[in-house]
Design a protein around this ligand. Structure first.
Ligand code: ATP
Length: 363
């Protein structure tokens, strides 16, 4: 195993961010069970983040994301496991002793304070005389300099979001936690705010954990994505790795549309209902499950309906078409550029464009 690989929950991951930068946070076998429930809310959760790394914890409602965040922040006591910040064991420290900044969904700005006063409020540890200068630095960085004397209700949602972030960063935390921070923004603002915030975090080398159930948000915002399933970390790795090489069917489906094919593997190939598919994992043998994304498949006109697929639905999405097809009783989904237009009811061949990814777990 080289320095860029690690094993999490028995799954080997490759991550270019796992480098020589200092470890900022280490979460070690964290467990939490609420009294009212039999099942663990969080079970045996472990990961390490390096300075400047952005992690998205992604999963459906109830999978334990918020509980994890609350334990890291110090709002929820842990049953077992350890949390280290900068190598310091903070597991049993109060939230105030942890140097963690949190941006909540509703921004939690003080309505009676100006933007500048809101930001300065976070600087209790900075001498009073230095606060205006520091506030100016963060307001400038966030593009808020001209709004410094306004009150929160005089700002747009995106601007309030940036003030909340400026206030969090002004306290110079070791770690920033974001709990669904974009969910109150409308779709177009969400995308631009997300991009701006990522750029700001990268510039300030901030270590961040974002909690979200939005897979597009996790894949675009984070350097590392951890997919949670029933309190456990089902997989962690770069967005590209978890998307293209999901650990199980749950991860494959949660990260977007996919075609799960069952076939027989032998000598680096799998016989599937769509024909022989090459696999990156040359050692797999016997029955395996493959994940092929809709964009990994290509359609071509079929001369007849023999051994062909029928288009049962077509969705025009601007830059592409999303097709649903049926072949031998199985359904498939395929994305093609929008100049590849086939009518519903027509017959096509489905060709596999890239090698498949064998799912290591049943899931
Ligand atoms: N205070 C509590 N008391 C009892 N059970 C709780 C409590 N908080 C959360 N749970 C349970 O723990 C599990 C994990 O909840 P958690 O809020 O961490 O999930 P989540 O992934 O953040 O969900 P969402 O996306 O809906 O916020 C769920 O089954 C939930 O019902």
């Amino acid at each position: 195993m080289n320095s860029r690989q690690t094993v999490v929950d028995g799954i080997q991951i490759e991550d270019p961010n796992l480098d020589s930068r200092p470890e900022q946070i280490q979460v070690d076998h964290l467990c939490k069970r609420y009294r009212a429930n039999d099942a663990y809310a969080v079970e045996d959760l472990s990961f390490t983040l390096h300075k400047g790394e952005i992690l998205a914890l992604l999963g459906p409602s109830g999978c334990g994301k918020t509980t994890t965040l609350r334990m890291i922040a110090g709002f929820e006591p842990v049953d077992s496991g350890r949390i280290f910040l900068h190598g310091r064991d903070v597991t049993h420290l109060s939230p105030q002793q942890r140097k963690i900044g949190i941006v909540f969904q509703d921004y939690a700005l003080f309505p009676h304070m100006t933007i500048e006063q809101n930001v300065m409020f976070a600087m209790r540890e900075v001498p009073k005389s230095q606060r205006p200068e520091k506030a100016e630095y963060w307001l400038d960085l966030m593009g808020l300099a001209e709004l410094r004397v306004r009150y929160p209700h005089e700002l747009s949602g995106g601007q309030q979001q940036r003030v909340a972030l400026a206030r969090t960063l002004a306290a110079e935390p070791d770690l920033v936690l974001l709990d669904e921070p974009f969910s109150n923004l409308d779709a177009s603002l969400r995308e631009s705010t997300r991009n701006e915030m990522r750029a700001l975090f990268k510039r300030a080398e901030t270590t961040v954990i974002l909690v979200t159930h939005d897979q597009a948000e996790a894949l675009t915002f984070a350097d590392t994505v951890g997919v949670m399933q029933k309190g456990r970390l089902a997989q962690i790795g770069t967005p590209q790795h978890v998307y293209q090489n999901p650990a199980n069917a749950f991860v494959a489906r949660f990260l977007g549309h996919t075609n799960l094919l069952v076939g027989n593997a032998d000598g680096g190939r799998v016989k599937t209902p769509l024909g022989e598919v090459l696999i990156a994992d040359g050692v797999a043998t016997g029955e395996v499950k493959l994940s092929l994304r809709p964009e990994d498949l290509h359609l071509s006109p079929a001369p007849s309906c023999d051994a062909a697929a029928r288009i049962v639905a077509r969705e025009f999405r601007g830059h592409d078409y999303f097709y649903t097809l049926e072949q031998d009783g199985y359904q498939y989904c395929v994305i093609t550029p929008s100049h590849h237009c086939y009518d519903v009811g027509s017959w096509v061949n489905i060709n596999v464009l890239r090698s498949g990814s064998v799912l290591p777990e049943a899931g």
